[in-house]
Write a protein that binds this ligand. Structure first.
Ligand code: ZN
Length: 138
């Protein structure tokens, strides 16, 4: 596995309504996409910073993973996402190296990406996401 770049950094927030204007005013970034991923009980807001994006995550339900995260650890960095080629191969490789997988096969994430998470217990406490943009593939 060789990540191409950091696709995005996911940040758990209590309120997009409060955090989006903060990123726009303080950092001068503009939110170009807001998307709900119902399956994950999350609403996401995206900003581009060069090749990397900031993904703000607000929970849409009290039992969603972001809600639980904030309850336990407060707002803050939630995960780091690497852009990879051939996500299936990367997952297989990680599995063979003894990394605990949250997703053993890729699923659909925000922005039309195929995504899969590696368990933070296996990655020094950092929830790690792999992303592949399959629309860019021939
Ligand atoms: Zn993400």
């Amino acid at each position: 596995m060789k990540p191409k770049h950091i696709e995005h950094i996911g940040i758990a927030v209590r309120s997009l309504e409060e955090s989006i204007p903060f990123y726009e005013k303080v950092f001068g970034l503009s939110c170009y996409n807001i998307e709900e991923v119902a399956e994950q009980q999350v609403k996401t807001a995206f900003f581009k910073v060069g090749d990397t994006k900031i993904e703000l995550l607000e929970s849409t339900g009290p039992d969603g993973p972001i809600s639980k995260f904030i309850e336990k650890r407060g707002e803050g960095v939630h995960h780091i996402a690497f852009a990879v080629d051939n996500i299936e191969e990367c997952l297989e490789q990680a599995d063979k190296s003894g990394v605990r997988l949250i997703d053993s096969s890729p699923r659909g994430g925000a922005e039309g990406l195929s995504i899969a998470f590696l368990h933070p217990k296996s990655t020094f406490g950092v929830l790690t996401e792999l992303c592949e943009d399959k629309s860019k593939k021939k």
